[in-house]
Write a protein of this length. Structure first.
Length: 224
């Protein structure tokens, strides 16, 4: 059976993101073997509270991924890490479905400081975008101190057009037009002209993985 890894976004987990939104069942029904991977510092198991310990999130992820993957599906931070691994070892992880990422790939995480303040109880009324990300994180039962440390990590991954140009894997970029985190995505798509691109109306950032159109497009792309 073809193995497909699923990599969640910041604040999430395999169970709270992919399993909760029906991805494991959909992949199995299509003949794939879903492999859940948790990014360092996420989920109930927790991790370090020292930002320096998250200086190579992609390297940590690579150590958790099995060899011989048919493909991988990423969301948000998970997508960034998959693109970093593709730049390091083109084609190693098979076909890539990349959701919830756009031109924000090339810039520091804009909501980072506000998220850190909220996680540490220093903000009473976070803006809507931050509140949505915090609600997403709460579902994973992650340690807020770990999540804050991840946001304060040394900048990584750092991706440029030149590094993205080395990609060899078949890639699908799937985004929501109403995603205030990832839109626009024109620079990213221009940097990866051979990638397929789909932009749907709604549902915003954190709800992307619960949209059936994303699941269906991912299964179709992986089945080619």
């Amino acid at each position: 059976m073809k193995r497909v890894a699923l990599i969640h976004g910041w604040g999430g987990s395999f169970a709270a993101t992919w399993e909760a939104d029906g991805w494991s069942d959909a992949l199995r029904a299509a003949g794939f073997d879903p492999v859940g991977v948790t990014i360092a510092g996420h989920g109930p198991e927790g991790g370090s509270h020292d930002p320096a310990d998250y200086a190579d999130l992609a390297g940590d992820l690579a150590a958790k991924l099995p060899a011989g993957l048919h493909g991988a599906i990423g969301f948000s931070l998970g997508t960034k890490l998959l693109l970093e691994l593709e730049a390091r070892s083109p084609g190693r992880n098979g076909r890539l479905v990349l959701g919830g990422i756009g031109d924000n790939l090339f810039a520091p995480e804009a909501a980072g400081p506000a998220l850190v303040a909220a996680l540490r109880g220093e903000a009473t009324t976070p803006p809507p975008q931050v509140a949505a990300l915090l609600a997403y994180a709460e579902k994973s039962a992650s340690d807020p101190a770990c999540l804050a440390a991840i946001l304060e990590r040394p900048a990584n991954p750092v991706l440029t057009e030149d590094r993205l140009a080395t990609a060899q894997a078949p890639i699908l970029i799937f985004n929501s037009r109403d995603d205030a985190v990832a839109q626009p995505d024109t620079r990213l798509c221009r940097a990866m002209p051979h990638a397929s691109h789909r932009l749907i109306e709604g549902p915003g950032h954190v709800a992307l993985t619960s949209d059936a159109r994303f699941r269906e497009a991912a299964v179709e792309f992986l089945s080619k």
